[in-house]
Design a protein around this ligand. Structure first.
Ligand SMILES: Cc1cc2nc3c(=O)[nH]c(=O)nc-3n(C[C@H](O)[C@H](O)[C@H](O)COP(=O)(O)OP(=O)(O)OC[C@H]3O[C@@H](n4cnc5c(N)ncnc54)[C@H](O)[C@@H]3O)c2cc1C
Length: 402
């Protein structure tokens, strides 16, 4: 059955998030970019409206995975669809600020997929609805990001601890996080089978922050360089315990499984950025072009706006499809990668076109599209670059896994 309508629950949550974003994110967007941190007004509002545990399951003390766990009218879970509807709205407000939303963040999915019940309680249970705390996901390191199997950070068992040595970079919220999920290897020669995932808590001896990166866009979001020097992590922080790995590739699979859930989320943020640029540009055109003047030029601009709108809606459709499959617990790697690959290019085209149409006004910081153009670039890099998404899609096509 095909239904292109939002369910009443989905509409209700979209409207609530839109209200929150309009009042507590968009008004501070340009300031957050300049100050390179999320606005305090936004963090206060997150605490006030209980957004601190948005992605934490109810059985470990949170508010539920995503911002709603109710069933859709067909009786299926709709939590992933609700999450992507929310992330489009939030990114519309500001894509840098939205990455500072409190909660376990990208670290949540591996704890949920791989953690024991006790670990889920210990690590996800700390995120109360009114708390301002973060979790983080540390996979990327020099030489391993696109090639996630090439992780060189090592881990060695020593009594009731594991000893980690290595360097992770470009880690969102990694410095301020209560904990990072860190991927390391028992032996680089073992490739995927050697990987283990640990929860490394703030203050663990041997864990330090080397620096916070200066970036072209998403400047309100913290991106950290982390160092592990003989970092002693308690054995009970190995996600899933020893039994999970047992000669298998569960560490690597855990890292990859995260992407099936997070790529549609990130892709829907790109849709939100594109929508913000489109609306800003459309309003500017309304104000600056009277229909009676510049007729030829106006028609060309109206046509360009039509193409932008069409591309945004195609991108949204791909995101919804990937999230719908996930809600139905069906394979969605290809669809997640298609959503991510398409929206990463689409948001670049739409933001560039908005600047082109607005001309010099588009380059002014105060007119927002200049900032959105800087912010969008990373959406074709993190959670797997556009090229890597195309590799995933082609592998699925040729392995006949549709
Ligand atoms: C702002 C920001 C936040 C981030 N947050 C996180 C985070 O929270 N946690 C985390 O772990 N990581 C994070 N990252 C890292 C990000 O996920 C990686 O940088 C990204 O996946 C690219 O990997 P790489 O660094 O290895 O780049 P490379 O792989 O070295 O990319 C360089 C170029 O080579 C291309 N390339 C590589 N392999 C292939 C191939 N097989 N075929 C064709 N082309 C290829 C890439 O597409 C790219 O164009 C973040 C990055 C940024 C910029």
């Amino acid at each position: 059955m095909i239904d292109f309508e939002l369910s009443p629950q989905q509409k209700k949550i979209r409207d609530m998030v839109r209200m929150f974003t309009t009042n507590f994110i968009r008004p501070y967007s340009l300031r957050a970019d300049k100050e390179k941190k999320p606005p305090q007004e936004f963090l206060d509002a997150c605490a006030q409206f209980g957004l601190g545990a948005g992605a934490v399951p109810k059985d470990v003390g949170g508010e539920g995975e995503g911002v709603g766990e109710d069933k859709d009218p067909q009786g299926e879970s709709q939590k992933n669809r609700i999450s992507i509807i929310g992330s489009e709205e939030m990114a519309w407000g500001d894509p840098g600020v939205v990455l500072s939303l409190p909660g376990p963040g990208l670290g949540g999915p591996p704890v949920q997929f791989m953690g024991t019940d006790d670990q889920k309680k210990r690590f996800l249970g700390i995120f109360g609805p009114n708390d301002i705390k973060w979790g983080a996901y540390a996979l990327t390191e020099p030489g391993a990001g696109s090639d996630a199997a090439a992780v060189r950070t090592t881990c060695r068992k020593d009594g009731d601890h594991w000893v980690l040595n290595g360097h992770k970079f470009f880690i969102t919220n990694g410095a301020k996080a209560e904990w990072n999920v860190v991927f390391a290897t028992v032996d680089p020669k073992l490739g995927r089978a050697g990987q283990r995932a640990f929860v490394v808590e703030k203050g663990t001896p041997g864990f330090s922050v080397l620096k916070i990166e200066e970036k072209m866009g998403l400047r309100a979001s913290e991106t950290a360089d982390l160092v592990f020097e003989d970092c002693r992590v308690p054995a009970e922080n190995l996600l899933g315990g020893d039994a999970l790995y047992d000669g298998s590739k569960q560490g690597f699979r855990g890292a990859m499984k995260t992407f099936d859930a997070t790529r549609p989320l990130v892709a829907s943020m790109a849709v939100g950025i594109a929508r913000a640029a489109f609306e800003t540009c459309r309003d500017w055109v309304k104000e600056n072009y009277a229909l009676s003047q510049h007729t030829h030029r106006f028609h060309r601009i109206a046509d360009a706006l039509g193409v932008m709108k069409r591309e945004i809606e195609i991108g949204r459709g791909l995101c919804w499809h990937a999230a719908w499959l996930l809600d139905l617990k069906r394979a969605n790697s290809k669809e997640s990668s298609m959503a991510k690959a398409y929206t990463g290019g689409m948001v670049q085209r739409v933001t560039a076109k908005a600047i082109e149409i607005m001309g010099p006004d588009g380059t002014l910081h105060e007119n927002l599209v200049e900032k959105l153009y800087r912010d969008q670039k990373v959406y074709d890099i993190f959670e797997g670059t556009g090229q890597i998404q195309r590799v995933v899609i082609s592998r699925r096509i040729f392995s006949q896994i549709t």
